[in-house]
Write a protein of this length. Structure first.
Lengths: 256, 318
């Protein structure tokens, strides 16, 4: 099964590179949002309640941009699978003598590699424009690890939607709802600056812990609690989403 | 030798109570080319999808290469090659990448993947296009690549679902040649088609499906013989000798009525061998002949007799 997963992951990665119209939004939209936020809202750092030890608003916003990009990676994975279903290629994979879960795992393996690249892109972008990664290379590796896990989870959500909807346009239509969840998290602003009910929602929103977990090695030296919380949130999202996508695959095989 | 494919009371009912396949029995011997003929929506593809384990039967049972499709689907998939309708290929990949992926998924050892891929790409005449993305391939090239991929692991049973639909005549004939070659190699081929000529040319035996039911089965010649004997279609040089022609032809068999006053049709069980005596008889009767054709019953006649509709019109519309 490992060989099949690796072969399918390689194919998915190659196809991502060959479809620039799918890759570009993963970085372009979050980069523009990052630029707009940093350019227009940088005085947020002066607000009472904003952490005083942050080097700059760009440093703070990097985790938000990464989270946003990873969510878009999930959409992209979902659309890719939906297109395979629509075009019949998914059936070809189902007709191959491999465990069918390998089809999902191959896609998710590719998504996790792409997630690491997305994290690397935003960290590099931040460094170019003056941000600092306080925890250094180990901190960057921690961000990449949390990002890879979260990216896998978002990819699994996209795959689950694709298997249920079987239509790329439906995936494209439904997935942005996830972004609503991002805006009621502490990804863009510290939780203490949010108003009710957003503050209460953010408290229970796993994306808050995910973004905070990736942010902490950037704005501080490595601290166990937020990083572990970030890992836990990413792992939780990944575990639930992978389970849902496997159930969706079983459902599809049962229906078809 | 056990049958390569066997279905007993195979059924598939979809949500909403639509029964696409309503209980069919099929038995295909090893090495046989079995043509599965029917119009759009008859249940051909649903049957194939059940046999290749892409669709669970809701009733009956089926075995392929000796394995039950419901309880041993993985074993079935190891034994079969599948070229589904519309040649579902990834347009972003090159022919070589696709065939090598297929080889990997079918467990061909890594060291043999490239060589096996190259062998099949060459066999289907795509060596010059193997490094081009499949999105740039013509319909015929895609079908040939699809076939090569289905053959990557030398399957004992090959399913071809409408492999020539939409192809130009040259590509169609190329694919037919490949099917004949596979048969010569001993591969069992389950071929669905809506083209009568294709079924006639390739199939050892035919099953005709209509409304989810198998309405006829047999060799093409036996099925055609079931619906009647060949007949001679005689076009006369003028209408004044019609009565004499009818009288002369009446000695050979049943004279069929025609709406054309210059045409007489007579059933001739011996087919073409009846031409010479018929010409002599007409000559003796002083009848001038404009043209004369031996008309064999066609599979469309079979289809009409078995289902009450013509398949040729449906296929032409497809």
């Amino acid at each position: 099964m490992t060989r099949a997963v690796l072969a399918l992951a390689r194919r998915a990665l190659r196809n991502v590179l060959r479809r620039p119209q799918f890759v570009a939004p993963l970085v372009v939209f979050p980069s523009l949002m990052l630029a707009a936020n940093v350019g227009g809202l940088s005085r947020t750092t002066s607000l009472p309640g904003f952490p005083t030890d942050v080097h700059g608003f760009l440093d703070f916003q990097l985790a938000a941009a990464i989270t946003q990009s990873l969510l878009l990676g999930g959409v992209s994975a979902g659309i890719a699978v939906a297109l395979e279903i629509e075009g019949g290629f998914f059936d070809r994979l189902l007709a191959a003598p491999i465990p069918r879960i390998a089809i999902v795992l191959g896609r998710l393996a590719a998504t996790s590699v792409i997630a690491v690249a997305q994290v690397a892109y935003f960290l590099a972008l931040g460094l170019i424009f003056g941000a600092q990664i306080r925890a250094g290379i180990p901190g960057a590796l921690l961000v990449a690890a949390i990002g890879a896990l979260a990216g896998t989870g978002f990819g699994a959500l996209g795959v689950m939607l694709a298997l249920r909807a079987r239509s790329a346009s439906t995936v494209q239509g439904i997935f942005p709802l996830v972004f609503v969840v991002l805006f009621v998290s502490s990804a863009f602003f510290p939780r203490q600056l949010l108003q009710s009910p957003a503050r209460q929602i953010a408290r229970y929103n796993p994306l808050s812990y995910l973004a905070d977990g990736m942010r902490d090695p950037i704005i501080h030296t490595v601290r166990a609690t937020p990083v572990l919380d970030g890992f836990a949130a990413a792992a939780g999202i990944a575990a639930v989403a992978i389970a849902l996508s496997v159930l969706a695959l079983r459902g599809r095989l049962g229906d078809t | 030798m056990p049958p390569a494919i066997q279905a007993v009371g195979l059924e598939r009912e979809f949500k909403g109570g639509v029964k696409a396949v309503a209980g069919i029995d099929i038995e295909v011997a090893a090495g046989e080319v079995y043509g599965f003929l029917g119009p759009n929506g008859a249940g051909k593809t649903t049957t194939v999808r059940m046999l290749v384990t892409l669709l669970r039967p809701t009733g009956g049972s089926a075995t392929v290469a000796g394995f039950d499709v419901a309880t041993r689907p993985a074993d079935v998939r190891r034994q079969i090659g599948v070229a589904l309708q519309e040649a579902a290929l990834d347009p972003l990949m090159t022919g070589r990448e696709l065939i090598e992926l297929q080889a990997t998924l079918h467990g061909i050892p890594p060291r043999q993947v490239a060589a096996r891929g190259r062998e099949l790409i060459e066999r289907v005449g795509l060596a010059n296009a193997q490094d081009r993305r499949v999105g740039t391939y013509s319909g015929g090239m895609r079908r040939r690549l699809d076939l090569a991929m289905a053959l990557i692991h030398s399957p004992s049973v090959l399913f071809l679902d409408e492999p020539t639909t939409g192809l130009d005549p040259v590509s169609r004939v190329t694919l037919w040649d490949e099917v004949r070659r596979l048969k010569a190699d001993g591969t069992t081929v389950f071929l669905t088609t809506q083209y009568l000529e294709e079924a006639d040319q390739l199939a050892d035996r035919l099953g005709i499906i209509s409304g989810g039911l198998l309405v006829a089965e047999g060799t093409p010649s036996a099925l055609k013989a079931e619906v009647g004997s060949p007949h001679l279609d005689v076009r006369l040089a003028g209408t004044d000798s019609l009565a004499a022609a009818r009288e002369a032809l009446g000695r050979f068999g049943l004279v069929r009525p025609t709406s054309d006053p210059c045409r007489v049709s007579v059933a001739v069980p011996d087919g073409a061998s009846a031409i010479a005596p018929v010409v002599r008889a007409l000559d003796d009767a002083g009848v001038l002949i404009a043209s004369l054709d031996v008309v064999e019953p066609t599979l469309d006649d079979v289809f009409l007799a078995k289902t009450g509709e013509r398949l040729a019109d449906d296929a032409a519309a497809a």
